[in-house]
Ligand binder design. Structure first.
Ligand SMILES: Nc1nc2c(ncn2[C@@H]2O[C@H](COP(=O)(O)OP(=O)(O)O)[C@@H](O)[C@H]2O)c(=O)[nH]1
Ligand SMILES: [Mg+2]
Length: 213
């Protein structure tokens, strides 16, 4: 699989080195597995309940605020969206494919539609073995929600030996200083759209999880 382009390897650099986002683009939207793009890259699934900040985080990580549609209306995204991004770290270029998923527990539909949609998502996530990293977004203000517990159990259940789960706490700008420090003390990864450094650090964690760099 053409996942990395090795220009010049320098393993002496630390995990916090700068990552340059060379290029990012939208690939396609799909409804289910049958029309998913062919497997060419390591894929990163961004998951979490509606409105937790999935689309916003993809735009931040991929350095293009117009890629994933962010909305003030929970549950707007119904399709599974694929994006490609090339990142350069220590002269090595990494091609990564990100997948933006509609929120689990999609809000404004009937229970039957919601169940059908959750089943569709589960089928996709179980079968798509090119997903090497599942990023589970949790709202830092509401860290004990039932839906996040369900997502966590589900991901642990489908996790393959060559993939991993990463919990990321969003919207930390809305926390009191005290609550923020509590999360940081537990070594939780916190991001905010007001904090570029938090996004840069997360890019480093992503490359570290996928490639150990
Ligand atoms: N305060 C704050 N709001 C955020 C942050 N990230 C996203 N939001 C807002 O949360 C809402 C939902 O974001 P969105 O990315 O569409 O969530 P999604 O449904 O999970 O894709 C939007 O109004 C965003 O502007 C953040 O870091 N801080
Ligand atoms: Mg979204």
């Amino acid at each position: 699989m053409p996942q990395t382009t090795n220009i010049q390897k320098d393993s002496s650099k630390s995990i916090n080195d700068s990552i340059f986002v060379l290029h990012s683009n939208f690939i396609k939207s799909i409804e289910n597995l049958s029309t998913a793009p062919s497997v060419l890259y390591s894929e990163i699934a961004i998951l979490g309940r509606s409105n937790v900040g999935k689309s916003t985080l993809i735009n931040l990580l991929l350095n293009n605020k117009n890629l994933a549609k962010s909305s003030h209306t929970p549950g707007k995204t119904k399709l599974i969206n694929f994006f490609l991004s090339s990142w350069k770290k220590n002269n090595i270029v990494y091609d990564l494919r990100f997948i933006d998923f509609p929120g689990f527990g999609y809000a404004k539909v009937s229970k039957a539609q919601k169940n059908a949609w959750d089943k569709n998502l589960s089928t996709f996530l179980k079968a798509r073995d090119s997903i090497k990293l599942f990023i589970h977004l949790i709202d830092s203000r509401h860290t004990m929600l039932q839906i996040d517990n369900e997502i966590d159990l589900f991901l642990k259940d489908i996790l393959r030996a060559d993939s991993s789960i990463l919990e990321v706490f969003t919207k930390y700008d809305k926390l009191t200083k005290n609550d923020f420090h509590k999360l940081k003390q537990q070594n939780k990864i916190c991001v905010s759209y007001n904090d570029k450094q938090s996004v840069e650090s997360l890019r480093n964690v992503v490359l570290n999880k996928l490639y150990g760099v």
